[in-house]
Design a protein around this ligand. Structure first.
Ligand SMILES: Nc1nc2c(c(=O)[nH]1)N[C@H]1C(S)=C(S)[C@@H](COP(=O)(O)O)O[C@H]1N2
Ligand SMILES: [Mo]
Length: 350
């Protein structure tokens, strides 16, 4: 048997195996709490999980955008900076790619995600801003790029303003536990509301640059490309509003009154409303539970008296910018940002 590429167990009752050995989605019907437990938080890796040793690990902050390069050890991060905890949702830009392909009757290369490439955790760590300010940011600094110690040296720049935001973190812990190896130990970035790929795991270096940085992840890998993008690749940043029904696909339910539940997430924005419709019925409001905050998913639910037969449940969420999930999304060659309203198949039988 070949070596596993990830460390944590990924049992089929909690996670969906996409077949790559490094990418596992959470099962949408296995999300009991508001936070996603580590045992089922989705995993996305472009290479096997590296086993890093905190005792020898260091973080270097350098580049022409800092006045004085600095190097921090693991203990420095815990001891020399204010610790911040925040709940944030991370979603992969490729979430729902399989359903995107099905809507267009053609497939995509790339990880075969169903609906499970999303999760919410309480992240604890140090603000990126605090780390950068210690190095002295130059007046001309423009971009900040965390870089990983994994085999592919994963890296993805963000504008300086995003790096300095209150809720851009270098996380050391997840749901109250030391960051697990698969989720980026010893340190990972959490870039609130952006595509998951910006939240670099296993960070070993942060470059601050006075020039725009071009790397594969913002020029060819995490971009919108195709006939609908004639002026060239559009790098993906914040994520659009989308929703999830907490049922298997397809779902099987017993007849009678029940509560259908789910989540909705709107990237850097807050979800303000969720509506649902069964078969060809009218759109009706679902009820949302608190809190309804930017960059964190919300829970919603509605009561349904299910009658025997085959049904379709559709859900559409709206964000605080007034944007609602569309019926269809335009094609892009890499299958990103599928936030179209999904027709969830449900069979009701005794
Ligand atoms: N170093 C590194 N960081 C990475 C990745 C990676 O492959 N290597 N994958 C990114 C992508 S595409 C996503 S969606 C998130 C997933 O984070 P998770 O595995 O903790 O859920 O990590 C991001 N950070
Ligand atoms: Mo991703």
């Amino acid at each position: 048997m070949s070596e596993r590429k990830v460390v944590k167990p990924t049992p089929a009752e909690l996670m969906e195996d996409t077949g790559t050995g490094v990418d596992y989605g959470v099962r949408p019907d296995r999300l009991p709490g508001f936070l996603t437990p580590i045992d089922r938080f989705f995993l996305r890796g472009h290479a096997p999980t590296p086993r890093l040793d905190a005792a020898t690990w260091s973080l270097r902050i350098e580049g022409d955008g800092v006045r004085e390069p600095v190097t921090y050890g693991y203990a420095d991060l815990w001891e020399r900076f204010p610790l911040v905890s925040m709940v944030r949702t991370i979603e992969c830009a490729g979430n729902r790619r399989v359903l995107f392909g099905e809507a267009y009757g053609r497939g995509f290369a790339g990880t075969q995600w169903g609906r499970g490439a999303i999760g919410t955790a309480e992240w604890t760590g140090v603000r990126l801003r605090d780390l950068l300010e210690r190095a002295g940011i130059t007046a001309e600094a423009r971009e900040v790029m965390p870089e990983a110690l994994d085999r592919i040296r994963a890296r993805r720049p963000m504008p300086l303003a995003k790096a300095l935001a209150d809720d851009t973190l270098l996380a050391l812990a997840m749901n109250g536990e030391t960051l697990p190896p698969d989720h980026g130990f010893p340190a990972r970035v959490v870039v609130s509301g952006w595509l998951g790929a910006a939240s670099i795991k296993w960070v070993g270096r942060i470059e601050v640059s006075e020039q725009p940085l071009r790397v594969p992840w913002n020029t060819e890998d995490y971009v919108l490309i195709g006939p609908d993008y004639p002026s060239g690749p559009v790098p993906i940043t914040g994520l659009p509003v989308a929703s999830l029904v907490e049922l298997p696909w397809p779902a099987r339910l017993r007849p009678g009154p029940q509560v259908v539940r789910g989540r909705a997430f709107a990237g850097e924005n807050a979800v303000t409303a969720v509506e649902y419709r069964v078969d060809d019925g009218p759109w009706r409001p679902a009820s949302l539970t608190e809190p309804r905050l930017p960059a964190i998913w919300v829970r919603w639910q509605f009561a349904w008296d299910a009658r025997p037969g085959d049904h379709t449940i559709q859900v559409r969420a709206t964000d605080d910018q007034g944007r609602t999930q569309p019926g269809t999304v335009p094609w892009n060659d890499l299958g990103y940002l599928n936030h179209a309203v999904l027709s969830h198949p449900v069979r009701v039988e005794p």
